[in-house]
Design a binder for this molecule. Structure first.
Ligand SMILES: [Zn+2]
Ligand SMILES: [Zn+2]
Length: 104
């Protein structure tokens, strides 16, 4: 699957690639050039397009197939299409750190 990018890295001014963090269980964004980890805040997550409707889908939070456009504690970053109801968690769309940065 294609890389998803967050903010620009402060270390190398490169793109930060969103991955499942090294220690697992949560998302991080890591500098594409050097692998340095940076926290992934909600403001940094990319805009996505619904694969079916090809319209922008809104980011929010989700857990167990439920979506919320507003913050819910301990829920994961997710996206929901307001047209068809397609719901996906960001974590399902990104690779594990070790797979994306095998030599880091
Ligand atoms: Zn870097
Ligand atoms: Zn849709």
């Amino acid at each position: 699957m294609p890389d998803l990018y967050g903010s620009t890295s402060t270390c190398c001014k490169a793109r930060n690639v969103i991955v499942l963090s090294k220690s697992g269980g949560y998302l991080s964004q890591n500098c594409e050039a050097c692998g340095r980890k940076c926290d992934l805040s909600f403001e940094d997550i990319p805009n996505l397009t619904c694969p079916t409707c090809v319209v922008p889908i809104r980011p929010g939070y989700s857990k167990n197939g439920v979506f919320s456009a507003t913050y819910v504690r301990a829920w994961n970053y997710g996206y929901c299409c307001s047209v068809c109801g397609y719901l996906v968690e960001l974590a399902a769309l990104v690779p594990p750190y070790a797979e994306r940065f095998p030599d880091k």
